[in-house]
Design a protein around this ligand. Structure first.
Ligand code: F6R
Length: 365
């Protein structure tokens, strides 16, 4: 089943051009520069009445939700936030009439998310699911939703589900934005960029040897920082989680802007930082943060846009990805982080597909 791949995790990372394509299949509409998501079970009129979006999830699904909230807010201008399933359930959540909830779960069986969904529904909340496993508990108990069609994800560490979950949110954000303020032209730019994603992800995958080499080079480190801003802040969190899970190296994800409020005290030559710094509106700010780390003796790997000389001059090493619409950078940025975690785990002799203490689906609270 793994075919030519030694592990499911690697196979699933390499499936992403296809799985992202499947998540978009039949859902993009060039004529109106919008998306179709029939499974939402909501009329256009009902969608128009939404005043707030709250996304719940755990682990990687929570980080996908964070990105989703950024996109919904940025593009559709609807207030959107993310909550950990395990926290919202016990907070006596305030459910308002025009709030739409999303429960994100690859397996559709995560107890924390399932119980949070039930609590929100009990209070009259409308909850949609973003699930991979068809017919799973969360898919069945939600009021509708989006299947991501990733195909089975076997490796415990989630990879292809993440890129498909965010695809679902981009589609939803596009749909909502095109009903509101986003112009046809701007909608089309995003839509066409999304269609090109499978090819762009393929180009990133071609760099796996280089990423493997970097993982080996930095395998001496026992601590790692992952730093990004804006849309790439959740990507930094996800990169740190991947590294922790499969290599057991201690890693923390932060907004690059936050390090000066504390974590910069950790910087030393043995604690490298992975900066996510695409060419976007926050690039220059992140470069400033990179310089702060360098001047304190920290090693820097920068995940940046192809040919960015400004970044090359500062970083010790770079991983460079093709230039895409600025909203789409997270798709290309997360793939090298998945590969980096994978190769690090291999180098350290870890059980990549079945990391210690972890289960694929956490059906207890
Ligand atoms: C990360 C990972 C976990 C899951 C989390 C939620 O690689 O595997 O953090 O993302 O347990 O699982 P689902 O998405 O099935 O609800």
């Amino acid at each position: 089943e793994k075919g030519k791949y030694p592990h499911y995790m690697l196979k699933e990372i390499f499936e992403q051009p296809e799985s992202v394509k499947r998540a978009m299949q039949g859902r993009l509409d060039e004529e109106y520069a919008t998306a179709h998501l029939g499974g939402l079970n909501m009329s256009t009129r009902e969608l128009l009445e939404i005043e707030q979006v709250v996304i719940i999830g755990a682990g990687t699904s929570y980080y996908a939700g964070m990105l989703g909230a950024y996109m919904i807010e940025n593009l559709a201008r609807i207030p959107a936030t993310t909550e950990l399933s395990s926290e919202i359930r016990y907070r006596n959540p305030i459910v308002k009439r025009n709030t739409l909830y999303f429960a994100v779960s690859q397996s559709g069986e995560t107890a924390d998310t399932l119980y949070a969904l039930r609590e929100l529904k009990r209070k009259g909340g409308k909850v949609l699911g973003i699930c991979n496993v068809v017919g799973s508990s969360i898919a069945r108990e939600s009021d509708g939703g989006v299947y991501i069609h990733s195909g089975p994800e076997i490796a415990v560490a989630s990879t292809k589900a993440f890129t498909s979950q965010i695809t679902a949110f981009y589609l939803f954000a596009l749909l909502m934005a095109r009903m509101r303020d986003l112009s046809f032209e701007d909608g089309l730019i995003l839509l066409r960029g999304m269609k090109e994603l499978p090819d762009r992800i393929n180009a990133v995958l071609k760099q796996s040897e280089h990423i493997k080499h970097l993982a080996e080079k930095y395998s001496y480190a026992r601590n790692f920082l992952f730093l990004g801003r804006g849309l790439n802040y959740p990507v930094a969190l996800e990169g740190a989680l991947k590294l922790k899970e499969v290599s057991y190296i201690h890693a923390e994800g932060y907004s690059a802007a936050e390090i000066k409020h504390g974590p910069i005290a950790l910087i030393n030559p043995d604690t490298p930082s992975m900066f996510i710094v695409p060419r976007d509106e926050l690039r220059d700010k992140v470069i400033t943060n990179m310089k702060e780390v360098k001047s304190r003796g920290g090693k820097v790997i920068a995940l940046c846009t192809e040919g960015d000389n400004g970044v090359r001059q500062i970083a010790d090493d770079t991983i460079e990805v093709p230039e895409v619409n600025r909203y789409l950078n997270p798709f290309l940025m997360v793939v090298p982080l998945q590969l980096f975690a994978y190769y690090m785990a291999i180098k350290l002799g870890r059980d990549v597909d079945q990391p210690r203490n972890l289960a694929k689906s956490v059906t207890v609270e």
